[in-house]
Design a protein around this ligand. Structure first.
Ligand code: SF4
Length: 217
C-alpha cells in the first residue's frame, strides 16, 4: 500500500493512496479470535441486558472494565445480532460502542513523518476496495485519533530483524521498492510474490554489506 504525506492538517496524517473502504455489514470483524476491551464509560452506559454479556476483564487488559470474546463461538461476538449487526450500534448508536469497534478497520501508527493511517485487510469492506478513499474518511479518523489512547509508535529507526535497523526514511524506501515489485501488473501474482520474497531475502542476507544509510547494528 503506497502512502502519501498530507501537509494540510495537524496532526499530519499519512493516508494510504490506493485503498478504499465502505462497511458492507458482513459481521466478519465480529467473528475473529479477538478480545475486545470495553472501557468503563462504555460499559457503564449500557443497559443491564447488554452489560450482562460483557465478561470481567483479565490481568492482561488492565485498562479495560470488561472484555468481549468475539471468536468464542461461531456466532461471534456475544453482542452480534443474527442480522450480523452490532446490538449496541442498533440500540444506542455508533458512539456507544467500545473504542476498538468504532475504530475498526483503522489503526494509527505515529511515525517521525506523521500519523500513518493503516487499514485492516481482515475487513471485507477494505478487501472490496470500494467506497470512499481512506482520506475521505478524514473527519471520523480525526475524531477517532483524538480519542485513541493506545497508539503504535515508530521511532527514527525501524528494526528489520534482530540487531538490524534502518532509518525511517530508508524503511520507506524499502517499502516503496517492495510495493513497486508487487504492483508490476505485467507479471502474474505468483511471480510478483516470488520476486518480492527474493528482494526481502537478499536485503536480509546482505544487510551486513549495506551502507550505513540503510543499516545499523
Ligand atoms: S469486516 Fe468490515 S465490512 Fe464487514 S462488518 Fe466489519 S467493518 Fe464492516
Amino acid at each position: 500500500m503506497q502512502l502519501e504525506n498530507n501537509h494540510t492538517d495537524t496532526p499530519q496524517f499519512i493516508f494510504p493512496t490506493n485503498a478504499r473502504y465502505r462497511c458492507v455489514g458482513c459481521g466478519h470483524c465480529c467473528r475473529q479470535q479477538w478480545v475486545v476491551e470495553v472501557e468503563k464509560e462504555c460499559r457503564d452506559a449500557l443497559p443491564d441486558d447488554l452489560k450482562a454479556k460483557i465478561e470481567p476483564s483479565q490481568q492482561q487488559y488492565p485498562e479495560a472494565a470488561g472484555i468481549l470474546k468475539a471468536g468464542q463461538s461461531e456466532a461471534g461476538c456475544p453482542l452480534l445480532d443474527t442480522d450480523k449487526l452490532c446490538v449496541i450500534h442498533k440500540r444506542l448508536g455508533y458512539d456507544a460502542k467500545p473504542f476498538v469497534c468504532r475504530a475498526f478497520p483503522f489503526r494509527f501508527i505515529e511515525t517521525p513523518r506523521g500519523v500513518a493511517v493503516d487499514v485492516s485487510f481482515v475487513c471485507n469492506g477494505v478487501l472490496n476496495n470500494r467506497g470512499d478513499s481512506i482520506e475521505q474518511h478524514r473527519p471520523e479518523i480525526e475524531k477517532l485519533y483524538a480519542g485513541s489512547t493506545r497508539r503504535i509508535k515508530v521511532g527514527e529507526r525501524v528494526l528489520l530483524k534482530s540487531k538490524t535497523s534502518v532509518t525511517f526514511d530508508a524503511y520507506r524506501l524499502i517499502e516503496e521498492s517492495l510495493l513497486h515489485i508487487l504492483s508490476e501488473r505485467g507479471h502474474t501474482v505468483e511471480d510478483r510474490l516470488v520476486a518480492g520474497n527474493i528482494f526481502l531475502c537478499s536485503l536480509y542476507t546482505r544487510s551486513n554489506c549495506l551502507s550505513s544509510m540503510y543499516v545499523a547494528a
